[in-house]
Write a protein that binds this ligand. Structure first.
Ligand code: AP5
Length: 215
């Protein structure tokens, strides 16, 4: 069973999906994390995707379907939080084609205004070793530039540079936002206000998920 966690770049999807996985027993599936893993491994997918991602554009639907099937695995009755997919209506329809094994039971939109998104993305730092995410002022590590969890070095993501951020926000507006309407039409859409501290947003998300019927 899949809960789609959607929202603009920087809305906090990854942060909240990690918390829900750690505290509420969901399995997080992030297409962005999976693609970054392929890039690090220099796999054929990674070699094709790297430059596209750095520019802030979308990787092809064909590659994403391969990633999706690889990451979802067989049906095991798990509650999966899907972060970063679907990003266009064609991908939403592709996901529906897997409904026998992986039905979508809710689509939660983490809603954050554009000014806050730019602030969150420009200050984001990610551990090059374990992938933990921080923000230089909003959620800083204890020692600047060093991961609290593993001592790895914190880095800026290639697609968090100003020109790539502009592209990602524009792709979100033109291509991903229609997905919200798609799920509204199916009666699965829920909006959650993504402003507030990480803990406050987590509380709102939990409230929203408590109303979801997991079959
Ligand atoms: P992906 O990794 O999915 O990136 P994204 O959607 O742009 O989302 P982000 O990871 O940037 O943001 P987030 O919402 O997870 O925010 P976070 O929690 O980190 O995709 C990357 C690329 O891969 C795409 O551009 C595309 O090229 C490709 N791709 C992936 N999926 C694809 C698909 N389906 N089709 C085609 N291409 C695909 O938070 C951001 C910052 O804010 C952090 O610093 C965090 O610490 C901070 N923060 C979070 N919450 C709060 C809070 N409540 N208060 C204060 N600070 C906060």
């Amino acid at each position: 069973m899949i809960v789609v966690l959607t929202g603009a770049p920087g809305a906090g999807k990854g942060t909240q999906a990690d918390l829900l996985a750690a505290k509420e027993g969901f399995r997080k599936v992030s297409t962005g994390d999976a693609l970054r893993k392929h890039v690090r491994m220099k796999s054929p997918i990674g070699l094709q995707a790297e430059a596209v991602m750095a520019r802030g554009e979308l990787v092809s639907d064909e590659i994403l379907f391969e990633i999706l099937r690889e990451e979802l695995g067989p049906d095991s009755g798990e509650r999966i939080l899907l972060d970063g997919y679907p990003r266009n209506v064609a991908q939403a329809k592709t996901l529906d084609s897997l409904k026998e094994t992986h039905p979508v039971v809710a689509a939660i939109h983490l809603d954050v205004d554009a000014g806050e998104l730019v602030n969150r993305l420009s200050g984001r730092r990610v551990c090059g070793n374990c992938g933990a995410t921080y923000h230089v002022t909003l959620t800083p590590s204890k020692t600047a530039g060093v991961c609290d969890k593993c001592g790895g070095l914190l880095q800026q993501r290639a697609d968090d540079r100003e020109d790539s951020v502009r592209t990602r926000l524009s792709v979100y507006e033109s291509t991903t936002k229609p997905v919200l309407e798609y799920y509204r039409g199916k009666g699965l859409y829920q909006r959650v206000d993504g402003l507030g501290s990480t803990e406050e947003v987590f509380g709102k998300l939990k409230g929203s998920l408590s109303g979801v019927k997991f079959r």
